[in-house]
Design a binder for this molecule. Structure first.
Ligand code: ZN
Length: 165
């Protein structure tokens, strides 16, 4: 076995030494589900003042409401105490500032082989796309009207959320 993960496992042992998250039942205690980007500049709990146990987090490139995100939201709403859903793409996101062709070219260069078959969904207009993504949640037949759904753009330079939908 490689020791490529040793630093992380060492840190995990220290984490477990002071582990205080046992006894949770896996519901979202604050009733929040948040769909956001995989971007490492985003702290999805911290940016809205929540802590582990409070929220369901679903991340992907761009913070898109994909079929898998909808699966997570429906499970969250019906089984895990979710009554507010935030969809949160962000400024300076790679999938909103590149075309799919550009991403394929860059990945092809990195991989040293053809990546033109790999899909990388990109976003032309971030606000329009956010409106469409929020509508996908609001109109989902298994998401009741009592669930509040909001679309926000997170500014990675200021830490501020701006509501758009
Ligand atoms: Zn992003």
């Amino acid at each position: 076995m490689s020791d490529d993960f040793d630093d992380l496992l060492t840190a995990n042992r220290a984490f477990a030494d002071t582990f205080a998250l046992q006894g949770f039942d896996g519901v979202a205690k604050a009733g929040v589900a948040l769909v956001t980007c995989m971007d490492s500049r985003i702290d999805p709990l911290g940016m809205v003042g929540l802590k582990p146990g409070d929220a369901k987090i679903f991340r992907n490139p761009g913070g898109r409401v994909t079929p898998q995100a909808l699966e997570a939201i429906v499970l969250g709403v019906h089984l895990l105490n979710v009554d507010r859903v935030l969809v949160v793409p962000h400024t300076r996101c790679a999938v909103a500032s590149s075309t799919e062709a550009e991403l394929r070219r860059r990945v092809s260069e990195s991989a040293g082989q053809d990546a033109s078959w790999q899909s990388f969904p990109t976003v032309d207009d971030q606000v329009d796309t956010l409106k469409e993504d929020v509508a996908k949640v609001r109109t989902h037949p298994l998401v009741p009207e009592s669930v509040q759904v909001g679309g926000f753009i997170y500014d990675v330079d200021t830490g501020l959320l701006r509501r758009e939908v």
